[in-house]
Design a protein around this ligand. Structure first.
Ligand code: CMP
Length: 139
């Protein structure tokens, strides 16, 4: 089975009407969207999703931000899609993310406690399996 990754369009991306632009880039790259849903999620799911960041100073603001409005969750499929989507997304910090990437082209620093960087992509096959199970338990 081709590799799958979990992509999230975060509340800043949805609020800025970037859903179509992000999905366009995923499809233009050649990946398939095998599941897609917009929803507003609670703190419990987000604490699990971001378990690796528990204890860090930005953990609470991050959970707060991610539950502040709708997100778009997608399962994206294709060989090396985990690495490939992270390349499309660009570096975590949108100020310095390379132009040509989602964060580099569309993101900036808004002076908020949490870096708002439009998208999330799983960082390893283990994270992808765990995150897809969390967001799309029926898959
Ligand atoms: P991401 O890498 O998708 O997942 C963790 C998120 O936490 C990250 O995107 C940013 O949105 C946020 N983040 C990471 N590091 C910091 C930091 N030092 N300060 C504020 N927010 C951060």
């Amino acid at each position: 089975q081709p590799e799958r990754t979990l992509v999230l369009i975060k509340p800043d991306g949805v609020a800025r009407r970037l859903t179509g632009e992000v999905l366009r880039r995923v499809e233009a790259k050649g990946y398939s969207i095998v599941a897609l849903e917009q929803r507003t999620v609670g703190a419990d799911l987000l604490r699990e999703h971001y378990a690796e960041h528990e204890g860090k100073p930005f953990f609470a603001p991050l959970v707060e931000f991610m539950s502040s409005g709708p997100v778009v969750a997608a399962v994206v499929e294709g060989h090396r899609s985990i690495e490939g989507f992270r390349a499309l997304a660009g570096a975590t910090d949108p100020t310095t993310a390379a132009p040509g990437t989602i964060r580099g082209d569309l993101g900036r620093d808004w002076g908020t406690a949490v870096v708002q960087n439009i998208v999330h992509g799983s960082d390893s096959p283990e994270s992808a399996a765990r995150e897809i199970g969390l967001w799309f338990p029926a898959l």
